[in-house]
Design a binder for this molecule. Structure first.
Ligand code: MN3
Length: 212
């Protein structure tokens, strides 16, 4: 099955004023679509065409050398953006509760300390890339990646990804990446992140110890 761009669960303007409608239209309909089209073109007719992005990204070293960079960038673009749209909500923001809230406090000291660390990772990412909240199999951590790389390729389980490509914010925030990040925090759907957190230990184990 070729990859496809999933429909948003909310209207393009539903994340206003934090993320503007025009950015959402361009980002979802054009930037994300371009990753999907390039991934499908690269994978068509190969033994990898029916393998889901999540699995491909854990097995990049098995890909033929002439496919690897294209698939890494574009299957990565597909996986990262599917995660991103699901992570945002018009009812987002606030703080995670219960197990995820406690795990964040245990790993970072407090929710505010976590926000500071994620923002520093995102602001400090030179050029294009992402900042992530990940589960490493035992606890939470913040990492950043260049381009469309996903932490899953390093054996980590991503729970939340913050897109700091200029296409994610330039129309409204121009060069003010920190202002975009502050606004984006108001869109995070912590219930979705909590669901990923609940599933994370099993997923991390399966990546580290793949079935034969
Ligand atoms: Mn993007």
């Amino acid at each position: 099955m070729p990859y496809k761009v999933p429909d948003l669960r909310y209207a393009y303007d539903a994340l206003e004023p934090h993320i503007d409608e025009q950015t959402m239209r361009l980002h979802h309909d054009h930037h994300h679509q371009a990753y999907v089209d390039k991934a499908n073109a690269a994978l068509a007719g190969t033994e990898w065409q029916d393998v889901r992005p999540r699995e491909i990204l854990t097995r990049l070293d098995e890909l033929p050398a002439d496919l690897r960079a294209t698939v890494r960038n574009n299957a990565g673009g597909q996986y990262n953006h599917c995660m991103l749209w699901r992570s945002m909500s018009p009812d987002g923001g606030g703080e995670p509760q219960r197990e995820l809230g406690e795990a964040i406090a245990a790993a970072f000291g407090s929710f505010e300390d976590f926000m500071t660390e994620l923002k520093e990772a995102a602001v400090g990412r030179f050029g294009s890339g992402w900042a992530w909240l990940v589960h490493d199999g035992s606890r939470l951590a913040v990492v950043s990646t260049p381009n469309q790389d996903n932490p899953i390729s390093d054996g980590l389980t991503p729970l939340l990804g913050l897109d700091v490509w200029e296409h994610a914010y330039y129309l409204r925030y121009q060069n003010r990446r920190p202002d975009y990040i502050d606004a984006w925090f108001h869109t995070i759907d912590w219930e979705v992140v909590a669901e990923r957190h609940a599933e994370a230990p099993a997923l991390a184990g399966s990546v580290r110890n793949p079935a034969p």
